[in-house]
Write a protein that binds this ligand. Sequence first.
Ligand SMILES: Nc1ncnc2c1ncn2[C@@H]1O[C@H](COP(=O)(O)OP(=O)(O)O)[C@@H](O)[C@H]1O
Ligand SMILES: N[C@@H](CCOP(=O)(O)O)C(=O)O
Length: 294
Amino acid sequence: MVTVRAPATSANLGSGFDVFGAALGRPADVVRVEKADRTTIDVTGYGSEFIPEDPDANTVGAVAEALDAPAHIRIDKGIRPSSGLGSSGASAAAAALALNELYDRGLSRRDLVPIAGKGEATVSGEVHLDNVAPALLGGFTVATGRDVTVVDADIPLVACLPEIAISTRDARDVVPAGATMDQLVYTVGRAATLTTGMCRDDPRLVGKGMHDRLVTPARADLISGYNEVREAALAAGATGVTVSGAGPGVLAACYPDDRHDIASAMVGAFSEAGVDARAYQTKIGRGATLYPDD
Ligand SMILES: Nc1ncnc2c1ncn2[C@@H]1O[C@H](COP(=O)(O)OP(=O)(O)O)[C@@H](O)[C@H]1O
Ligand SMILES: N[C@@H](CCOP(=O)(O)O)C(=O)O
C-alpha cells in the first residue's frame, strides 16, 4: 500500500487566473492505494457525502486510467469539496503520486502534473493546472501550458471557508469573455507585483498584487458577505484579499503575527452576513508527501 498526503491549494491569487497557484500548509487530503484488477474508490471525511465513488466521476479515476494503474483507492477528505481550496485537485494529485509509486512508473512530479490535470478536468470541464501543480510541487507556482515555474515562497496566509458550495464548473461560467486594454495593463502590473513579492518573501507586495478587476468581481457576487469579509480582513491587517480559486473560499495574505486577528475578523464578518465559516491560519507550504509501503 502507498499513502500520499496532498495539500489544499489556492489558485489564481487574484491577478493570475488559471496560472498562479499556491500550496497551503493545511488542510490536506490523504489517499491510500493498493493494486487491484479494476479501480474502485472509497471516500470518507469532510464532505464525502457529496463526492462520487464512481471512477468515471471522481477525479482519481481518470488519473488511474491515464497511468494504466488500476487500484483500490481510499480517499480521506480533509478538504471540503466545492471549496475553492483545490479539493478535487488535491485528490487527483495525491492519486497520481501514489499510483506512480505503486506501479513503479518512474514519472517525475512534473510529469505527473498534466496527468493529475486530466483528473481535475473531469469535474471542472477544462484542464487548468493551477491546483494540481502546487499540490504536487509545493510553493507558489506559475503554470503556463505545460511549463510550471516554482518559487519556494514563505508567505503567511489565512484561508476562510464559508458554508456555501460553489462548483468550479459553475464559477467558470461567470468569467468575462473578454477584457479591455486598461484591464489587461492593470492585471499584468498586479501579476508582476505578486510574483516579485513571492520571490522576495514580501507579504506587502503579494497582497498588493492580489488585486484584480477582471475575474474576481464577477465571482465575488456569488459569495454572500464577500465585500464585508474583505474589508474586515484588511482592517485586521491583511495585505491583500481575494477569492480563493473559483470560491467560495476567501484568501488573505498577511504578516505572521496578524493571522489570528484576520481569521477572527473574517469568520465574524461571514457570521454577520448569516454565513457560518471556518478559517485556516496557514502559509505557503510543501507539495504532496509520499509514505511508501505504509
Ligand atoms: N476526489 C474528489 N475530491 C473532491 N471533489 C471531487 C472529487 N471527485 C469528484 N469531485 C467532485 O468535484 C466537485 C468539486 O470540485 P470543484 O468544483 O473543482 O471544487 P474544489 O476543487 O475547489 O473543491 C464536486 O462536485 C465533487 O463531487
Ligand atoms: N483557475 C481555476 C481554479 C479553480 O480552483 P478551485 O479550487 O475552485 O477548484 C478557476 O478559477 O476556475
